[in-house]
Design a protein around this ligand. Sequence first.
Ligand SMILES: Cc1cc2nc3c(=O)[nH]c(=O)nc-3n(C[C@H](O)[C@H](O)[C@H](O)COP(=O)(O)OP(=O)(O)OC[C@H]3O[C@@H](n4cnc5c(N)ncnc54)[C@H](O)[C@@H]3O)c2cc1C
Length: 246
Amino acid sequence: MSSAATWPIFMAKLKSRQEVAEGTMAFHFEKPAGWTFKAGQFIDITLLEPSETDTEGNTRGFSIASAPHEETIMVATRMRDTAFKRVLKILPLDTTVKIEGPFGNLTLHNNAARPAVLLAGGIGITPFRSILFRAAKEKLPHRIFLFYSNRRPEDAPFLGSLQQLENENPNYKLIATMTGMENSHQPWHGETGLINGELLARYLQNAVLPIYYIAGPASMVKGLHTMLNDAGVDDDDIRTEEFVGY
Ligand SMILES: Cc1cc2nc3c(=O)[nH]c(=O)nc-3n(C[C@H](O)[C@H](O)[C@H](O)COP(=O)(O)OP(=O)(O)OC[C@H]3O[C@@H](n4cnc5c(N)ncnc54)[C@H](O)[C@@H]3O)c2cc1C
């Protein structure tokens, strides 16, 4: 038997929070000196002595949305009406939480000859934001296609900065698509409709042997996984992260 867990556990203070889409907030925590993670990994955050709790407890897993070179540990979440999120939403700045991790292996493959195709629905963008900002910072040679589906631009976390990032990384292409523009008050000139085989084929004509990454609520991950299989993609070339609990 191996001994007890060896991953880091530390206390971190909440430094700031902001809305990054309608009903969606980002939280920035202090990053301890010497603590590192790989872009795409996640952490467990535990609220200490919260003012309320429920049967799901005081811990949730969150992908780290910030890149390793950025100053804080940033997570982003849909602010649903659960005890954990009600507390997090109004947690006074400088409150301490417990963080465990990093965990997970939804990290960019090494072989830059193979393009990366990232498929994100809504909040599933979090690990990909980290991967994309890291790739831009380190000038990685990988071609990266991000297919990013939301109901409306209002619902799409980090949309503006992900669009701007195309100017910094010529190997990166964003294909954002909206599935509910009839309820939007913003203009949209991009793609509409679900991510499907036809949309992928249109943008991936010259992408040889891509590796696909899918992240988000479990139902979305399963749906996109099946879509890829139906389009002939082998499971060996598909990596997924399911956000259980949605
Ligand atoms: C690796 C990983 C990364 C994640 N990254 C993010 C992220 O970046 N952003 C984000 O918003 N969320 C992320 N999540 C999901 C997150 O941990 C929460 O589950 C989610 O935000 C819902 O929390 P909640 O408080 O709104 O609902 P909860 O109170 O957690 O639960 C909502 C519903 O889900 C059910 N449920 C809870 N846990 C489970 C479970 N383990 N299996 C099956 N059903 C369950 C509950 O019974 C309830 O019906 C991630 C999860 C994982 C595992």
